[in-house]
Design a protein around this ligand. Structure first.
Ligand code: PBG
Ligand code: ZN
Length: 324
């Protein structure tokens, strides 16, 4: 088809035509909102690098979660900041831990909102790594037991879904076995299947107080240079029983998202991480970009690349903009 037979602009000429031929749709149903629950009362502390995002004690989490639900967002993803941290992250699997108490409050006071929990050790360990340290590195297999205990304790407290983010090998299988043994075979696992060792997590570590006290996470999180390895990571999590697989971070890894979409037919999630959020907020505050336009374009990019679910700190704004 040569010009002038094919004129791409014909179908772009009116808002109505553009609406008719739009290939990608974004819905409030696609969103998950992350929240940081802190030990104590009366706490609502803004993360300096994440305007609009707070560490909050339970009563404030509950209040914001109601707002989230009323905006039509189906789920929150919970992170906990415990009172005390230790070498084995005891608060992570304590029945009276910060997350367990938060889950119980949310299930009681915010019906209709799904509660998904991040399952990892780094918020609960004094060294800030995602597992148990042996010989200067995170030990894979001894960490699996703790992750399984942590996931079980979240579910016993009422979590609707668990989301392991630690990147230990075999953790989806270990969690699935433990949940099933305790009668929780109906609880889904959303696996951070493809999680890169990324500089974009910087602001989150302030939010979750989970900066590693030595070294970095490169011995367990993926090398940003690797694409084929992402398919292996995802395939193994699916084999072990993952119900939803995730790519993280989002924008710098749209190619990976598309690869996974083409290869697998499970629901696919993307995590639009803290650093991505901070960059947009920082530029918008300076008037350098149009925040609404850039955020909505970013959300559309995730959907276009193949995501079904978007975990994003922008979720409340996106819900409001969609409803306009
Ligand atoms: C914990 C965890 C991290 C994030 C989600 N779960 C940080 C990390 O691995 O260091 C990052 C989320 C974000 O940056 O928004 N393992
Ligand atoms: Zn971690």
């Amino acid at each position: 088809m040569f010009f002038p037979q094919f004129r791409a602009r014909r179908i772009r000429g009116s808002a109505t035509f553009r609406r008719m031929v739009s290939e990608t749709t974004l819905s409030v149903n696609d969103l998950i909102y992350p929240m940081f629950s802190a030990f104590g009362t009366g706490i609502k502390k803004e993360i300096s690098s994440m305007p609009g995002i707070y560490q909050q004690s339970i009563e404030n989490i509950v209040a914001e979660a109601k707002e989230v639900r009323d905006l039509g967002i189906p789920a929150v993803l919970l992170f906990g900041i415990p009172e005390c941290k230790d070498a084995v992250g005891s608060d992570a699997y304590s029945d009276t831990g910060i997350i367990q108490e938060t889950i119980r409050a949310l299930k009681k006071e915010v019906p209709g909102l799904a509660v998904i929990t991040d399952v990892c050790m780094c918020e609960y360990t004094d060294h800030g790594h995602c597992g148990i340290i042996k010989n200067g590195d995170v030990d894979n297999d001894s960490t699996l037991d703790l992750l399984a205990r942590e996931a079980l304790s979240h579910v016993q407290a009422g979590a609707d879904m668990v989301a392991p983010s630690d990147m230990m090998d075999g953790r989806v299988g270990a969690i699935r076995d433990t949940l099933d043994e305790h009668g929780y075979d109906a609880i889904p696992i959303m696996s951070y299947a493809v999680k890169y060792a990324s500089g974009y997590y910087g602001p989150f570590r302030e939010a979750a107080e989970s900066t590693p006290q030595f070294g970095d996470r490169r011995s367990y999180q993926m090398d940003p240079a690797n694409r084929r390895e992402a398919l292996r990571e995802a395939a193994s999590d699916i084999d072990e029983g993952a119900d939803i697989i995730m790519v993280k971070p989002g924008l710098p890894y749209l190619d990976i998202l598309r690869d996974l979409r083409n290869e697998f037919d499970l629901p696919l999630a993307v995590y639009n991480v803290s650093g991505e959020y901070s960059m947009v907020k920082g530029a918008a505050e300076r008037g350098w970009i149009d925040e609404e336009r850039v955020v909505m374009e970013t959300m559309t990019a995730f959907k276009r690349a193949g995501a079904d679910i978007i975990i994003t700190y922008h979720a409340k704004d996106v819900a409001r903009w969609l409803a306009k």
